[in-house]
Each structure stands twice: as structure tokens, then as C-alpha cells.
Design a protein around this ligand. Sequence first.
Ligand code: MN
Length: 200
Amino acid sequence: MTEEFLLPKLPYTYDALEPYYDQQTLEIHHTKHHAGYVTGLNNAVAKLREARESGNFALIKHWERELAFHGAGHALHCLFWENMCPGKEDNKAESELLAALEKSFGSWEKFIVQFKAATVAVEGSGWGVLAADGHGHLHIFQVEKHQDCFVPGLTPLLVCDVWEHAYYLKYQNRRAEWVDNFVKLINWKDVALRYSLIKK
Ligand code: MN
């Protein structure tokens, strides 16, 4: 049986995000953690196929939960990798996306303050998310684990991983410092492209 989901290649080398994101953490994060979600997702898909073929749905709840956890984990990590590029101190969105951020949050500065605050305050393992609704308005929400607290109808454009595996080797308990440095790594061209595809 062929595997349905594959670990994507990163669009940069493992040392490309230094010094904000260290090579060792990035390599382990991609090759071990993300790869684990891909394996878990393929396994859940296979188990659900087996259940359909056998007609035995005794474990349906378990495998649907596995599908949600690993499927969301895979999708969020794919987006996270594409959302980053080599960092710079004065990193900022431009043009249409910048205007939308200013309109939705009051100003660029207010957006940044809210995005950092929401992301740092995720309880336990999870993600900070910038997402668009069907009218082009932008919203920030927190995801717990990979799949809890998702808001239906919003399309994630930008995600910041605040599981400890994402930052602990370099930042230990200093999650706020990781989030400060993540903002320097945001690939605003990627986020703008995703925003341009939203129906407004
Ligand atoms: Mn992760």
C-alpha cells in the first residue's frame, strides 16, 4: 500500500533560519516530530479503510480522534514551514495584507501585540493562528494541541508553533522570546499570497 501523505521538503536549509531558529531544533522538529504526525495520519487513514472493509467500527471513535490529531498536526506543520524564511529585525507585511491587518486590528502595532500575546498565552501545547474569514477580515485565535479550539469558517494564513518541541532546546521556558523571534522569521510574501486567494 502506498502512503497517502508524505513529509514535505523544507523550502530552505536547516541552518537558514539561524540565529532566531537554531539548526538542531529545526532538523529534529521536521524529521522527527512532523514525520511522526505523517506516520500517525497514514495509520489512521489505513485503520479507517480497514474498518470500512471489515464492517467493524468498534474503534471508530479512537481512529477518528487519531485522524483529527495527526491530520491537523500535519497540516499545521506544512503551513508553519512555508510561513518562515530567513529572518530580519524590521520584518513587516506590505500592501493589501498590511492594509487588511490595519483595518482588522486597528494598526500594525496592535496586530503584533495581540498576535504575540495570544500565542504566548496558549495553555499547554498549541499554536497561535492568524486567519481570514469569507469577507477578508482577519482574526487571531489559539489552537490547543493541533485540533482543539479551531474556529469553523476561518482559513489559517499564518501559524506559530508553541509546543515545547518547537523551541525548548534553544529557548527553554522562554516561550515569549521564541515568539518575539518567530515574528522576525515570518515570510510575509507567503502570508500575502494565501490572503490573496481568500474570496472577499
Ligand atoms: Mn511542532
